[in-house]
Design a protein around this ligand. Sequence first.
Ligand SMILES: Nc1ncnc2c1ncn2[C@@H]1O[C@H](COP(=O)(O)OP(=O)(O)OP(=O)(O)O)[C@@H](O)[C@H]1O
Length: 228
Amino acid sequence: MTARKALLAANGLRKSFGQTHALDGAGLTIAAGEVLAIMGASGSGKSTLLHCLAGIVRPDGGTITYDGRDLAGMDDKGRSALRRTEFGFVFQFGQLVPELSCLENVALPLRLTGAKRKPAEAKAMEWLARLEVDNEASRRPGDVSGGQAQRVAVARALVTGPKVVFADEPTGALDSLNGEKVMRMLTEAARETNAAVVLVTHEPRVAAYSDREIVVRDGRTVDRELVA
Ligand SMILES: Nc1ncnc2c1ncn2[C@@H]1O[C@H](COP(=O)(O)OP(=O)(O)OP(=O)(O)O)[C@@H](O)[C@H]1O
């Protein structure tokens, strides 16, 4: 457990899909700026836990508090506003809009919160440069490599200055060299901006970029240090 104040805290989370109990009492805390890895076997409930924490899925039971607010009890509108303004997302595949250029993709979250095109694209360009993909700015996601596309996705997740970045197997489709580069850049940028990162992965090498690891087993969470 961390001694720092929790930014995001979940307790006793339960979520079922029909007869499947995906979450069965899961809980965790994450502090501002902390990088937390959620590990566990396939089907153990990692993604469901991340989706609940990010306000994408509403749990059947349990509590989620984000920055003093009751996230689990918020309506769809409140949760979607929170996702737009406070959270960033990096998934394994498909999060970039194929019809837009890499630059337009990174500028999009800013445009959705009302920014004008020029300042949004200027800021997007800064983030593309930071992730070393500014040369791909005018290309479409389908015309760049998988590793480059994932770095564009990281730029898009961070451009709004989120408090929490949710990353679900962000390196799952990459070879190990590109995976390490994405992880290094994601965690460095998050640390510089004091964003917390909730990282779902089954790869120890990816989890090694975190400050702390928890393991999900049959829908329950266990601190890695307590696992034999
Ligand atoms: N939308 C859904 N409908 C039905 N069952 C679901 C749904 N989402 C998850 N499940 C089930 O809930 C359980 C937990 O799934 P979850 O995706 O959270 O596991 P995971 O640990 O992320 O797995 P993986 O590492 O394979 O992605 C699994 O048995 C899964 O089949």
